[in-house]
Write a protein of this length. Structure first.
Length: 103
């Protein structure tokens, strides 16, 4: 079972991201533990400076803006997760924001 955290302080995009992930998981029959993280210090602890952020099994996979349904589907169907941080220890930046998510 995947553990997915949506990081954000309650903005419309954060709520939309949470609803999208929940809806796509329900449509696909994927079991997951979905959490909403609103505490700013915890969000910053992940290195996310632009919300919403998405963390899957402890790895930041998205930051800034609502992800597409196709992107969410890829996360749900990829047992190792996806995004810039999955298996990446180079410290590359999140493409959409330029912020560091690894290393």
């Amino acid at each position: 079972m995947k553990n997915i955290k949506v990081l954000g302080t309650g903005c419309a995009k954060c709520k939309a991201t949470l609803k999208l992930i929940e809806a796509r998981a329900n449509t696909q029959g994927v079991e997951l533990e979905l959490e909403k993280i609103e505490e700013l210090s915890e969000i910053m602890g992940y290195g996310v400076m632009s919300t919403p952020g998405v963390v899957i099994d402890g790895k930041v996979v998205h930051s800034g803006g609502v992800p597409s349904a196709d992107t969410v589907d890829s996360w749900l169907n990829d047992s190792a997760g996806s995004g810039c941080c999955s298996g990446d220890t180079t410290g590359d930046s999140i493409p959409s924001t330029g912020s560091k998510c690894c290393g």
